[in-house]
Design a protein around this ligand. Sequence first.
Ligand code: PLP
Length: 481
Amino acid sequence: MQEILKNELSIEKSRSDRRGVRFEPVKKHATDYLSAQYLRKGAPRLPELSEFDTVRHFTRLSQQNYSLDAQFYPLGSCTMKYNPKAYDTLSVLPGFAGAHPFAPESAVQGTLELAYNLQELLKQITGLSAFTLQPAAGAHGELTGILTARAYHDAHDGKGRTEVIVPDTAHGTNPATANMAGYRVVNIKSASNGCVDKEALKAALSEKTAVVMLTVPNTVGLFEPDIAEIADMVHQVGALLYMDGANFNALIGLAKPADFGVDIMHLNLHKTFAAPHGGGGPGSGPVGAAKHVAPFLPHPMVACENGRYTLQGDYAQSLGKMKAFYGNMAVVIRGYCYLRQFDAATLKDIAENAILNANYVRACLKGKFNAYFDRNCMHECVLTPPDPHATEVHTSDIAKRLLDYGFYAPTIYFPLIVPEALMVEPTETENKDMLDAFVTAMEKIYEEIQTDPQLVKEAPHNQPVKRIDEVSAARNPNLRW
Ligand SMILES: *Cc1c(COP(=O)(O)O)cnc(C)c1O
C-alpha cells in the first residue's frame, strides 16, 4: 500500500483540471482594479486537486505524525507526559484569549489575578520569595536568571565576578546561557557517581565566581545528595546558586529548592505543569528568587493591592523587562489549572510516580540495557546499549528500531558524558501496561542485536521515511518544495 500510494507532496499529486471548488465566473478581474505593475506575471503554481484528493492527502500525513495523544513518548529531559484536554479549553476562554495586550488593568483583572495566584503557588512549591512569569521558555528563564544575578552582583560591588561554573552534567542550555550573558564559562567534571565533584568545585570557586548553575536533577537523572553543602560552598565565596528546575516533576511536593540554598531558579511550565513540550509551541519559564535577590528580577511584576491586581513596573533595582507584555498567558493558565487541580499530597504522588516509573524501566532492563550509573535515579534513567564495539549496533540503530515497534525513540547521545546514551523519561502519566510494552520492545531489540544485528542496523523497516541524512537536513534544510 505504502509503496503504491507514494507520499507525494500535494503539488506532485496535481493533475491539470482537477478541482475542489468551482467559482462563479468573475464579472470583474484584478486588472480592472490594479495597474499592470502590481499584477503577478503568469498564473500561480497551485496544485490542482479534488477536495477528496486533498482530504486524503492531509489525513494520511496527519496519521504519519507521531503524537503523544496516540502513543508513548519517552523522550528524556522533555517530560512528554499526557496533559488534560480541559486545560486547553480553559486556556482559550474568550476572556483570556481575547484580551488586548494594551487593555487597561481594570479590564483584565481576571487574567492578572490568575497570574498573581500562580506566582504565589510557585512560591509555595519552591519556598522562594518571588516569581516572574515573563520568560517564554526554559532557556529564556535561564537568561533571565543569570541577568538577575548580574544585577544583584552589580549592586553588591561584584563587577569583578566574571565567571559562571557549570558541571558537565548540566543541560546544554546552561553553559550557552552563561556565555550569552557575557560570562566566562568554567566547566567542571563530575565525580564518578555522576554528581558534582566537590573538590573540582572548590578548586573552581573564587571571588571571580558570579554564579554556579546546577541542573537538578542533573541530566543523568540524579539528584545532588550534597546540594546543601554545595550551596554553602557557593555562598562562602559570595556567589549565587542557580538551579535549572526544568524537570521539577521529579521534586514537586518532595523538596523545596529554597530549603537547600538555591538563590535563583527557573521552572518549565511546559514539561512539568501541563503544557506540551516540543513542536515549537509556546513555552513558559518562570524565574523565582530568594529574598535577597528578588528585587533584581525583571519588572513589571503582578502585585495585589487592596484586592486589585496591578502590573508594577517601578522596582528601582530590577534588571528591566525580559519580554513584551506579560509572559505566554495560554501556558501560564494551563500551569495554574494544573497546580489548582492537585493538592499537596497528590503533587507528591506525581513526583513519586515519575521517579517510580523511571526506576521500573531501569530495573526491568538491567542486564540488557544497563544504566550508566547503577543506582536509583529520579524521573529519568540513562541507559547504555550492549557493547557497541562487539555488536556494531549503536544507540542510533536501537532508536530507529524502536520506531518499528511503534515507540518514539528516547533522547539519544545526550547527556554527552555518557557514551551511546539512551535517555528514557517515562513520566508519571504512563501506566504499567505501557511501561511493560516498552520494556518488551527493548527486550526484543536486545535479542535481535544478538541474533540478527543487521535487522537493527537497517531499521526502520515499516516507517514512511527511512533513514534521513541528518547532517544535510540540519545544515541545508529544504523548507519549501
Ligand atoms: C528543556 C530543558 C531546558 C530548556 O527549556 P526550553 O523551554 O526548551 O528552552 C533547560 N534545562 C533543562 C534541564 C531542560 O530539560
